[in-house]
Write a protein that binds this ligand. Structure first.
Ligand code: NAP
Length: 251
């Protein structure tokens, strides 16, 4: 008997990085997993990895910036597994690097549509299903940049602060319906999202130095927190923002 036996978990952006590890850990702990992403090849690879490890999963191609995709994603999850207990709204993009006055309008709109509106669309449809099953748990992927600013990332910082606000709001709205909603704030984590930054040694060393632990994080170190927040061990935790950042925010 494992922790999530009989339960169903959905993870967006699960073709890569933190989302893939989170999907694998949900399956490791007994959940059937709905793996979703825009990247079909990577998403199917995650499903294969889960099945190779003895788990159960299927892939639904979803662009979270499109509300109709998010609605269809939840519908397909219910058609396949007949319930939804947990969701990790993780899909995100880094966006362009520019200071506020130079940031392009198109870049701003794109980033907000994926990293902020995408989380809202997913929650909207996930919550309706979770309420039918008398509750569940949602974890939204924010960032350390959901708490503080970062020069040259105005849209990303705004979106992640918004994700924290959405999280708190939904926690208040649905706390009495058995639904817990929390946000996670990773520091810089080794994933394809930041691989470009890691190519330059000077930048890489600067990034490491921002974390008192002296290194970047690993996707599994974030995934473990998501799993804990969804588990019954976190039954009194809702509306919170949990950094997993090697001490970045402690400075
Ligand atoms: P990643 O390895 O790039 O994975 C993100 C996944 O999301 C990719 O498979 C990506 O597909 C997918 N995606 C992008 N746009 C999408 C859309 N519109 N709809 C559905 N899927 C989409 O990145 P990661 O580092 O694991 O990041 C996961 C989350 O953690 C993001 O929300 C990110 O902001 C957050 N985060 C990351 C870090 C970090 O340092 N890595 C730190 C703090 C927070 P494509 O590859 O095809 O774009």
């Amino acid at each position: 008997m494992t922790e999530f036996d009989g339960k169903v978990a959905l993870v967006t952006g699960a073709a890569s990085g933190i989302g893939r590890k989170t999907a694998q850990f949900f399956a490791r702990d007994g959940a059937r997993v709905v793996v979703t992403d825009v990247d079909e090849g990577g998403g199917n690879e995650t499903v294969d990895m889960i099945k190779d490890e003895g788990g159960e999963a299927f892939f639904v191609r979803t662009d979270v910036s499109k509300p109709e995709d998010c609605e269809a994603m939840v519908k397909k999850a219910i058609e396949k597994y007949e319930r939804l207990d947990y969701a990790c709204n993780n899909a995100g993009i880094p966006g362009e690097e520019n200071t506020t006055a130079d940031y392009t309008i198109e870049g701003w709109q794109r980033l907000i549509s994926v990293n902020l509106s995408g989380v809202f669309y997913c929650m909207k449809y996930e919550i309706l299903e979770m309420l039918k099953a008398n509750g569940g748990a949602i974890v939204n992927m924010a960032s350390i940049l959901g708490r503080v600013g970062f020069a040259t990332a105005p849209a990303y910082v705004t979106a992640k602060h918004g994700v924290v606000g959405l999280t708190q709001n939904a926690a208040i709205e649905y706390g009495q319906h058995g639904l817990r909603v929390n946000a996670v704030g990773p520091g810089f984590i080794h994933t394809p999202m930041i691989s470009e930054l890691e190519e330059d040694e000077e930048t890489f060393n600067m990034l490491k130095s921002l974390h008192p632990i002296g290194r970047l994080g690993k996707p599994e170190e974030v995934a473990e927190l998501v799993i804990w927040l969804c588990s019954d061990r976190a039954s009194f935790v809702t509306g919170s923002y949990y950094p997993v950042d090697g001490g970045y925010l402690a400075r």
